[in-house]
Design a protein around this ligand. Sequence first.
Ligand code: B12
Ligand code: SF4
Length: 551
Amino acid sequence: MSREGRSVPREPGVTPAGMVSIMGQPATPRRRPRLRLINPRSPLSTITLPDVIRRMTFTRKALFAPTGLMICAAVTPPHWEVEIVDECATEAPHRPRADCDVVGISAMTTQARRAYELAGAYRALGVTVVIGGIHASALPEEALTHADAVCRGDAESTLPHLLADWELSRSKTSLKPIYDWSCYATAPIGTPRKDLLDPRQYLVANPIQTTRGCPHGCSFCTTPAVFGRKFRQREIADIVEEIREAKERHRSWCFIFADDNFAGDQQWALELCAALEPLKIAWASQCDILISRNEQLLAAMRRSGCVGLILGLESRKQDTLSEAGKRFVRSDSYEWRIRRIQAAGISLWGAFIFGFDHDDWRDLMDTARWAQRMNLAMSCFPILTPYPGTEVYRHFDKSGRLITRDWDRYNGASVVYRPAKVTAEQLRHAQMAAFAEFFSMRSAVRRLRFWPFKARAWLANLAIQQGIRYYYRKRGRRVPRFADFLDPNHPAGKGEGVDPTGPLSPNRESTARFSAELVAAAAPHVHLGQAFAELNDAAAEAGAKEAAPHS
Ligand code: B12
Ligand code: SF4
């Protein structure tokens, strides 16, 4: 899984053999400092993903290689030995060992509990612990209760300073508690060190980041909350080089650009597309729907190999969009915008959010049906999750509507707050009804059609459909339908459900786990498996296989 850095020491006073020579005195052996970077397991990946992923992705263990940690490794000075442990791609949980000097742990909110568990174990062994990543950047004070230091924001701007401080005493005593990226000059976006991971473990072993951040400020989104609305672009030459190397080394031909908003700066996106065109690749990413007004950009994206985009649509209702803080677009323009992007030959996957205060079950049904009418190749319907740092979090916290701070549940599949117009139970029922209806055979026929036959897109749709049916059959329950809301004898119709203010009952526990399992199975698959399916279809159609053979 991991491999040591093989870089030759360059620090002044340190010989290539690692012997310190001070003013002509005999050199004394000094071990190179060791940094272990850890991507903790998350409830989603431990409960469901390994099995699901293996079945759906030709035995890969995890979806994405952890880009953040590969960048941490890249900005670590070369005289450090560095390794990456990805718990999401290992069979057994990582067992902390005191054979390193510093441990750097990364975490999204849903990984935070496990991150803190590992941090505690390493501190007990006397190893210096640093926590970074999205969750620690949003809640540095909380993270600091579990670590010796916290890095907020980009590792490019913070980690080299922290490691230099550690070297002053070769212990945690010379560290500052918080290394905040806003206190340092913004360093350029790094190129991840992919040599430290085994690409065979990942569906997306070569994630490429072209931009960071987003110029918009949606109320539920962690990106502007943590990184501000500063949109940053990477050096185009670095992006091209990373892709070229992946093509040469791994014969990769299709790529996922792990951006929040690929076209946050449309002029720059045009320049990037021009540089990508000669590479003859296929790619998919996420971006905002405003690209629809730029025909020149749409054509350039298609020419450069763009075959699919995830659009954060959230809802088809304007008052819900306003609540979501999506001020840059109106929902009544969605239709022509979607048609225009599709007309450019780009397949669309809709990302919606269920649970805003303006939505009752009928609104959620309308959104799910509208997604079908728009012929979206795939869609996902996660539950609104108030991630720390966001406006939504502050709002629910202030109004006493948060029902748990168990970060394991902050995963888009559990209801962790009191919804306004539905019960928590109804919200989950609507979520499952939306999944079941969107992925039903009738809907798939209407959306995907039979010609041109998109074999893998069909396969992905059928797999999710069968998964939903299998799940309910096994439990002797009917697949949720929106019609249940009209049945006065059905719990959904009666508005019955668990008391959202009460403690989490075992029943609720299992329902939450159920939706976590289902959404975990569906959502990442929607985003990535489908991306790949579509990439394969599109590339086959476009003859990209001849242009660039793939493994
Ligand atoms: C690709 C992606 C995924 C992929 C893979 C994630 C992975 N393993 O890398 C998949 C599809 C699997 C995924 C799933 C989910 N994701 Co996601 N995902 C992303 C996305 C678009 C890019 C991630 C990425 O590669 N970023 C690039 C790297 C370089 O950034 P980074 O990880 O933040 O790392 C930098 C710094 O944070 C820092 N850093 C990070 N770690 C460390 C550690 C140390 C020691 C130091 C010093 C610094 C440091 O330095 C790095 C380099 O500058 C982000 C958006 C985003 N802005 O990051 C969302 C994002 C991370 N995902 C998010 C969410 C909500 C999810 C899901 C819960 C969604 C769901 N309902 O299924 C799941 C959870 C999966 C799980 N593990 O359980 C949220 C996280 C919100 C939060 N507060 O946790 C984000 C921010 C999207 C958003 N805008 O809200 N996701
Ligand atoms: S447009 Fe997308 S990435 Fe940007 S703030 Fe809104 S939800 Fe976040």
